[in-house]
Write a protein that binds this ligand. Structure first.
Ligand code: AMP
Length: 419
């Protein structure tokens, strides 16, 4: 199958060619035809599947077929990073067709965003909290929306955003085409999808979430206190090239980044306590290969697309199998090859086994002789603390019971305007 067979606007095909896409990915092959016919779509698609183009191409095509003034497409996304990335994809795909697009997320000034909203840019890509800020102002309306995309709905739920999403939905015209994406479909997400979709075409919903093929996965058994030294040995031995290292908490992320800096390894860090400026410049430096290591919490696990990323290191075992899949999905995007290494301390073995069960395969065990578990750890392993996400889930569950507007925005360390 080729992109030509979709019957897309020539200006979009030009952009597709410029981006170097030759063959539609499975989600594109399945979602584009019904979406071009105006059908609602619900898809269980992982990041890295090509889902952004799967919703942008048919919607931009339909916008070009019937041009009108005002903002026509709203894409709701849980994180700023994903917001920026979808905005970039939209700008690239709409480049030859004069499609205007603006990202709306917290942590940066309101004014340029206000100007874009007032101008009526064709596409808004927004995190829910900041969008609600705009919608509470006199200029804030979305009366002309014909198309809605809800991206990473399960992530919105995890981050406690569903009430905000519902508030935004209440402000949209009822007559519209909606495309709904979620890696998993827990009951709350299923309920939301039923509320906002009409006679939707379901795609891949039964498929088990597996890391993309092309990713070699391996695990190192190591004492918690020896993880820094193991990472250093892998970096120095050139076992890993450009790498994102995921830690469980912001504090662990900071400690690791400081340690690597002390060892002369240039790195940047991204987590919920960093300002938007710091996060953007860290991501830019990493993408431009100015630094080799990006230390991060799960803030960047979903949706971030970095070309030529060879390695993901799970410095800590993720609590939830879904997070493992998302972290690992950062590498080997769209048919490249990559490697995902997980450091498993004895305390984390049980959680790691759960992950192996969830993905339905045993992950290869590797060892560096000097880190074999028979050796004493350099310092005692840290007690496991609940990470931000587990806490957010607990709070979100509580919020569901209490329904307090303050509580509903919990889980965002920057006051509820996106991570
Ligand atoms: P996404 O899942 O939308 O984040 O896309 C993942 C990556 O795959 C991005 O870098 C896209 O530019 C790329 N991509 C999307 N569609 C295709 C395609 N048909 N062929 C090759 N690469 C693609």
């Amino acid at each position: 199958m080729t992109f030509n067979e979709f019957g897309l606007d020539a200006r979009l095909l030009q952009a597709v060619e410029a981006l170097g896409y030759v063959t539609p990915t499975p989600i594109q092959a399945q979602a584009v035809p019904p979406a071009l016919l105006g059908r609602d779509v619900i898809a269980a698609a992982m990041t890295g599947s090509g889902k952004t183009a799967a919703f942008l191409l048919p919607i931009l095509h339909r916008i070009l077929q019937a041009p009108k003034l005002g903002t026509r497409l709203l894409v709701l996304t849980p994180t700023r990073e994903l917001c920026v990335q979808i905005h970039e994809a939209c700008t690239a795909l709409g480049a030859h067709a004069g499609i205007s697009c603006a990202p709306i997320y917290g942590g940066v000034g309101m004014l340029p965003q206000e100007a874009a909203i007032q101008r009526g840019v064709t596409v808004l890509v927004a995190t829910p909290g900041r969008l609600l800020d705009h919608l509470s102002r006199p200029y804030g309306h979305l009366d002309r929306i014909d198309f809605l995309v809800v991206d990473e709905a399960d992530r919105m739920l995890d981050m406690g955003f569903l009430p905000d999403v519902r508030r935004v939905l209440a402000r949209l015209p009822k007559k519209r085409q909606t495309m709904f994406f979620s890696a998993t479909l827990p009951p709350e997400v299923r309920t939301l999808s039923k509320e906002i979709l009409t006679d939707a075409v379901a795609i891949n919903v039964e498929r088990k979430a597996l890391p993309a093929t092309g990713i070699a996965q391996a695990a190192y058994a190591v004492h918690g206190g020896a993880k820094n030294a193991l990472l250093l040995a892998l970096l120095k031995g050139n076992e890993v090239g450009s790498v994102i290292v995921f830690t469980r908490t912001k504090a662990r992320c900071n400690r690791l980044a400081d340690f690597l800096e002390g060892q002369g390894i240039p790195n940047v860090r991204i987590h919920g306590n960093r300002t938007q400026g710091q996060r953007s410049s860290a991501m830019a430096d990493f993408k431009a290969a100015k630094v080799r290591v990006l230390c991060a919490t799960d803030v960047v696990a979903r949706g971030i697309d970095i070309e030529a990323l060879n390695h993901v290191v799970n410095y800590d075992v993720p609590h939830v199998p879904g997070d493992y899949i998302h972290r690992v999905g950062r590498t080997a995007r769209a048919e490249a090859v990559g490697e995902a290494l997980t450091f498993v301390s004895p305390e984390e073995e049980a959680e790691f086994k759960m992950i192996e069960k969830a993905i339905g395969s045993k992950i290869e065990r590797r060892a560096l002789p000097e880190f074999e578990l028979t050796h004493k750890p350099k310092r005692p392993a840290e007690p496991r603390k609940l990470d931000e996400r587990a806490l957010a889930q607990q709070k979100a569950a509580k919020a569901g019971k209490k329904k307090s507007p303050e509580v509903t925005t919990w889980g965002r360390s920057d006051g509820g305007r996106g991570r």
